[in-house]
Design a protein around this ligand. Structure first.
Ligand SMILES: [Zn+2]
Length: 459
């Protein structure tokens, strides 16, 4: 296979686009050399690697989280901000798996884990039965400390895909002991249900701190490896963490978990590999919950802020920010107004529709829990309270369930979805720091693994 650099040059030559046509500056801007020179010392070796995954994020999610932040704070989102302010290498990444144009998170993370496309639902076992060494094992063998931080159960498909080897992603009880066996130094997220007492005892015996609450995490000095599990299943949605004081005080944010992990990992002499996953963007999008999706993306963006502060003082760090696939096909659609009914749409109702989302105060998951077993009238009242929406007399009778709510919601907030499933679109891929120039502007998910290792000087 020709190297991407060669094929890019060939493409320009074959297309008849020499420097005379495009201008020398334009051609240089397209070339790897320029990116190499500008990407924060892009040619050097990365001592540390921070690999951030927004699970299920589309470009639309990124844009709407940015809009949310601009409407509610003075700031824009950091992710688009780094495109404006830093010499980031930006690309699009194709996301298929071995058996489908649409990947699941297990096959997607396994691409990063072993550099090969495999079957959906499997963790790091190839279709022909091989079990290659995973990226965290390789990083560990290179002397680096390793860490997994997520808002899902820590044994969920994405974190597992960086280190574990197992036939079924659903076998989370089988994944949990592999973290101890394979020596992951810091494991933070949800999922106590997959760690029986004898397993947590084994972690403690091996010297791990066992953190159980936000208070534990914030008080932790980072003087040992750590297993931090902050909920029975997934960590609660950010919208619920913000609006329910009981959840907010007991549950750490993704940024707080990231900060704690960096404290421990960066204290080692030989560098580290840290994976940070905003997992619940995907979960909210599976439920077609717009505010659940947007606020978990906002929380992921805050974790980017934490990482950027670290990277500023540790320029020997390669930072990758990407998604594994997108979920649900969320879009803010242009909304007209009655004045323009029947005329060319001017979309002047759009911003007002979107701003209605700012009043939502819980996830659809929490609303579903709260209204379980209630009669339809009470569901409507609870939904009014949870959303601040004033449903029309025609729509109110439909709002008797989450399904009914989702049927009328697009009319009020402008957001609709293509499905409750993952989609095939390519995803954002951003790299910054030493080795960033190794990533071409369009790549496949199974090309990432080898390039990360090369950036870190690991064979
Ligand atoms: Zn998913």
């Amino acid at each position: 296979m020709p190297s991407p650099r060669t094929s890019r040059r060939d493409f320009l030559r074959l297309a008849g686009l020499g420097s005379a046509v495009l201008g020398a500056g334009a051609v240089r801007a397209l070339g790897a050399e320029t990116r190499e020179a500008s990407a924060n010392g892009g040619a050097g070796r990365a001592k540390n690697v921070i690999f951030m995954v927004s699970d299920g994020m589309s470009v639309s999610t990124l844009g709407l989280a940015d809009a949310w932040l601009r409407f509610t704070t003075d700031a824009s989102a950091r992710w688009p901000g780094i495109y404006r302010e830093l010499p980031v290498v930006r690309g699009l990444c194709e996301t298929a798996s071995a058996n489908s144009m649409v990947t699941d998170s297990a096959a997607a993370a396994s691409c990063w884990g072993i550099g090969e496309r495999i079957t959906n639902g499997v963790i790091n076992i190839t279709p022909d039965g091989r079990r290659p060494t995973t990226i965290l094992q390789k990083m560990k063998a290179s002397g680096r400390r390793t860490g997994l931080v997520t808002t899902a159960t820590v044994t969920h498909a994405t974190p597992a895909g960086f280190v574990a080897t197992i036939e079924k992603r659903s076998d989370q009880k089988g994944i949990a002991p592999q973290y101890l066996e394979r020596g992951v130094d810091v494991v933070l997220g949800g999922g106590t249900e997959f760690f029986p007492d004898d397993l947590t005892a084994a972690f403690r015996k091996a010297g791990y701190a066992h953190l159980k609450s936000r208070q534990d995490l914030l008080g932790w000095k980072g003087d040992s490896p750590a297993l931090g599990l902050f909920s029975k299943s997934h960590v609660p949605f950010e919208v619920d963490r913000r609006n329910d004081p009981a959840i907010g005080t007991s549950t750490p944010s993704l940024a707080e978990m990231t900060d704690a992990a960096l404290r421990r990992l960066s204290a080692g002499p030989d560098g580290f590999f840290l994976m940070v996953e905003g997992a619940r963007i995907d979960h909210a999008s599976h439920g077609n919950d717009p505010v659940g999706t947007i606020l978990d993306q906002v929380a992921f963006d805050a974790a980017i802020g934490t990482v950027l502060k670290f990277v500023e003082f540790h320029p020997d760090t390669l930072l990758i920010i990407t998604a594994d696939h997108s979920t649900g096909g969320m879009q803010l659609n242009g909304v007209g107004s009655e004045d323009f009914a029947g005329k060319a749409p001017a979309y002047q109702g759009t911003t007002e529709a979107f701003k209605r989302l700012l009043k939502f105060n819980r996830s659809q998951e929490a609303l579903g829990r709260q209204t379980k077993g209630l009669d339809p009238k009470k569901f409507l009242a609870a939904t009014r309270e949870a959303t601040g929406l004033d449903f029309s007399s025609a729509d109110a009778p439909k709002v008797v369930s989450l399904k009914g709510l989702n049927e009328v919601l697009p009319k009020y907030v402008g957001i609709s979805w293509t499905s409750k499933n993952h989609t095939a679109e390519p995803v954002e891929f951003a790299a910054y720091g030493p080795g960033a120039s190794l990533f071409p502007p369009f790549l496949r998910n199974d090309e990432v693994h080898a390039r990360v290792l090369r950036a870190a000087g690991v064979a």
